[in-house]
Design a protein around this ligand. Structure first.
Ligand code: ATP
Ligand code: MG
Length: 780
């Protein structure tokens, strides 16, 4: 297994990743004496994201675990145009919040401008740098190619005196931008293009957020970075792999500036961490913010540290995630499910369980006296036996339950409330539904029930068995709340997609659904921003900073189960062989590489796995799920044989089916291949939206009915008729005049917001393409 283990709190010698291996070896040989100095060097041109968290945990983790080691926080701020103080502040805040401290080692490359200038002069004096006067174009033309050497600049042999004079005048502002550059004199024929006389300084008459107008020449990153490391006495300069080819230049500069560095810094590279279902490039994140696709850098859907924090992630869960993915030199993609697993795992024992009804349906207990209020004890930690703590929840004649916990015409396996049936109200009584009250249009207004007084805790019928238990709140005491249901920002694992699309085309239109009518138990009235709870049966939630007196706002951090599950989470009873603790969560399994997977497979399964990936184009996790479960594989093959596309079939068989089964046994729920094929056809011919298709699929599994029948009886056809959608679009324009104005001002990214609103209003039934066309018409 390649899952590394955290070293924190371990008193053994720190080890377990290859960078630490290098450090251990350097300590053994005494290369830098006993010094270990790392640094985290962000450029303040954006907020930190989850990829940076890896680098932070790596660098600051070393400082934490090695005696006497330190990690510097250095802002690599050599690029005046994109850097801002807002970013400097957010970065410091985020590093601290993640649980790390740079003590007094806070540095700025811009503080070294004078020193760096001095180093450049030394290189000129040694004949190792020269002022070039070629334009960027001309320089590029002479650079050569990978196979052909470059050509020397005609200015390459300027005298030292002339170079010194020109460089001094560059600094003094005598020339416009681009007139000259300072270049290292290395080798125009080097096979490493970066050594073909790289540019060290360029003229840029630009205001710097810290040095103001003091400079009009700025050092390039490749020059400033290694020398900043050297100035600070960094021993191990750890960066991502794209800098591997820069290492010879790093070394050249450290060696050719005539200073006896002690210690002499060395660069080590590891693979940049990428996360699926999101983007981790500051440039792309900046577009999401600037073009209004999200509300800001701390939008809870953003993979930024600030966004994750507002979403409700804990620092511990992010550290645990970084430990789980570890570091390596192999580029790969981490599964966001593993991040979600990390927060569930952390909150399981930290977030008290409470009751909240997100989509309320009124229940009247007709045999309970009017005006009477009982208090029932409810544990905050029902599944955490040693942990104590409970509160009293009020119970009265009028309650609210989750609308989806009642069905008038339930399928066979529906164990919640329906006419004539019984269900247990968590921590209170068993109730039986006696009546359903509807309005003229047939909408259910309320449900009438009777309760069995013997069934409360301590009563004679306390242990009477009913199949389902549901959560509820008492109508008079419940507190209204706004609940923001967040989901993944992108609907594809690789948001860049293929077919010439960009990440902006693959935003998940339901990444945020706002519920304004939720009701929570009264004890939550005083909840403060950042307080976290588990809403029973719903997921983990955090109080959002938008909360104010009289307005409670919750964000859903994560659902209780992985609804995007890639792998069947079938429970294997401990008795069936493997010890319980050996059973890795599905999400952890999904983060493995192909080699990790095949290691545990026999020859036949290995061949199948390669075929799934190489011939049929499935993801590793999809292929792994299929080889692990012969029922799934059989259904997959049978549906494929009907002529459907492998990816589409895998989407249902691997991603949706296990979730829809939700613990039911496979044999009494398996829809036949033909039924899945029919569902895929209904999506492809536009009858069903993908979103609704998931509900239909759940029904298919629950009832054994065919997709077509469910679509007709439930009236779920996708709405593609623009006549029917137009009024919704028009009312949207009226409701959000400011957003319309912003759109017309060029924030065209808001199209995603508008589409999302229409999808919400139509409960996912609108055809998104028709909606987009209508919006384009209305917005001009
Ligand atoms: P981006 O591509 O998002 O702009 P960057 O590398 O330009 O990232 P910096 O501010 O220069 O951003 O990054 C600071 C440090 O974080 C660097 O050492 C960089 O290598 C590291 N880092 C950035 N992104 C990742 C990532 N996805 N995984 C691991 N380390 C990262
Ligand atoms: Mg960078």
């Amino acid at each position: 297994m390649s899952v590394p283990v955290s070293n924190s709190g371990d008193d053994k010698a720190p080890a377990t990743n290859f960078i630490r291996g290098i450090i251990n070896e350097d300590l053994r040989t005494g290369k830098n004496g006993d010094r270990v100095v790392t640094r985290f060097p962000p450029e303040p041109n954006g907020y930190l994201h989850i990829g940076h968290a890896s680098s932070i945990c790596l660098n600051f983790g070393i400082a934490r675990d090695y005696p006497g080691a330190v990690c510097h926080l250095r802002f690599d701020d050599t690029n005046p145009e994109t850097e801002e103080i807002e970013y400097v502040e957010s970065i410091q805040n985020d590093v601290h919040w993640l649980g790390f401290d740079w003590k007094d080692k806070l540095f700025f490359a811009s503080d070294y401008f004078e020193q760096l200038y001095g180093f450049a002069v030394m290189l000129i004096e040694a004949g190792k740098a020269y002022v070039d006067s070629l334009t960027e174009e001309e320089m590029r033309a002479r650079r050569g190619t990978v196979n052909e050497p470059g050509t020397n600049s005609p200015h390459r042999d300027r005298s030292v005196a002339e170079n010194l004079d020109l460089f001094a005048r560059m600094r003094a502002g005598a020339f416009p931008d681009g007139a000259h550059t300072l270049r290292a004199k290395i080798d125009m024929a080097s096979p490493n293009m970066l050594l073909r006389d790289p540019v060290l300084y360029r003229i840029k008459h630009a205001h710097h957020y810290r040095t103001g107008d003091a400079w009009c020449i700025y050092p390039l990153y490749d020059f400033a970075h290694p020398l900043s490391d050297a100035i600070e006495g960094v021993t191990h300069s750890i960066c991502t792999l794209e800098f591997e080819v820069h290492r010879p230049l790093y070394d050249w500069l450290v060696e050719n500036v005539p200073i006896a560095w002690d210690p002499r810094p060395r660069q080590h590279e590891f693979a940049r961490r990428n996360l699926n279902y999101t983007v981790t490039s500051k440039r792309k994140l900046l577009r999401l913010v600037n073009e209004g696709y999200v509300d800001g850098w701390d939008d809870p859907r953003m993979p930024t540290i600030a966004g994750l924090r507002r979403r409700g992630y804990t620092a511990e869960s992010i550290q645990a995630f970084c430990d789980r993915i570890g570091i390596s030199r192999a580029t790969g993609e981490d599964d966001i499910a593993l991040l979600e697993y990390s927060i569930r795992d952390d909150l399981n024992h930290k977030a008290p369980r409470v009751m909240a009804v997100l989509d309320p349906l009124k229940v009247v207990i007709t045999n309970f006296p009017e005006g009477k209020v009982e208090e029932h004890e409810a544990s905050y930690w029902p599944h955490d036996v040693p942990k104590e703590g409970s509160r009293m929840v009020p119970f009265s004649r009028e309650l609210f339950i989750e609308r989806e916990d009642f069905m008038e015409n339930p399928p066979r396996k529906f164990h919640r409330l329906s006419p004539g049936s019984e269900v247990r109200l968590r921590y209170a009584y068993i109730i039986r539904c006696t009546d359903v009250v509807k309005d003229a249009a047939g909408n259910i207004l309320e449900v009438h029930c009777t309760y069995d007084p013997d069934t409360k805790s301590g009563g004679s019928g306390e242990n009477r068995k009913v199949k389902g238990t549901i959560h509820w709140v008492s109508a008079a005491q419940a507190v209204p709340a706004e609940v923001r249901l967040y989901d993944r920002l992108f609907s594809r694992p690789d948001p860049e997609g293929d077919e010439g699309k960009t990440f902006l085309d693959n935003l998940n239109p339901t990444s945020r659904v706002v519920l304004t009518g939720a009701l929570v138990e009264p004890g939550l009235a005083g909840a403060k921003p950042a307080d976290r709870f588990q809403f029973e049966r719903q997921g983990y939630f955090v109080v959002d900073p938008d909360t104010s007196a009289g307005r409670l706002v919750f964000n859903r951090i994560v659902t209780l189960r992985d609804t995007w599950a890639k792998i069947s989470e079938k429970e294997t009873p401990a008795a069936e062989g493997k010890a319980a603790e050996k059973k890795a969560p599905a999400e952890v399994v999904a983060a493995r590489t192909r080699a990790d997977v095949t290691q545990n497979l026999n020859a036949e399964a290995t061949t199948a796995l390669h075929r799934y990936i190489d011939e049929l184009g499935l993801d590793l996790s999809e292929a792994e799920a299929l080889v692990a479960d012969s029922d799934l594989a059989g259904l997959f093959e049978a549906t494929l044989a009907l002529g459907h596309a492998p990816k589409a079939v895998a989407a249902w068989v691997v991603h949706v089916l296990p979730g829809a089964l939700a613990g039911k046994s496979w044999s009494d729920a398996a829809p036949a291949a033909g039924a899945i094929g029919e569902l895929i056809d209904l999506i492809e011919d536009g009858t069903l939206s993908t979103r609704i298709a998931k509900d239909v699929f759940g029904d298919m599994v629950a009832t054994g009915k065919r997709a077509g029948e469910i679509v007709e009886t439930r009236g779920l056809r996708q709405v593609s008729d623009s006549g029917a959608l137009a009024p919704i679009v028009t009312s949207l324009m009226d409701r959000f005049p400011d957003k319309v104005a912003q759109y017309k001002d060029g924030k065209t990214g808001l199209i995603g917001f508008f589409v999302g609103e229409v999808m919400k209003e139509t409960k996912g039934q609108a055809n998104p393409q028709v909606v987009k066309d209508l919006l384009a018409e209305h917005l001009g």
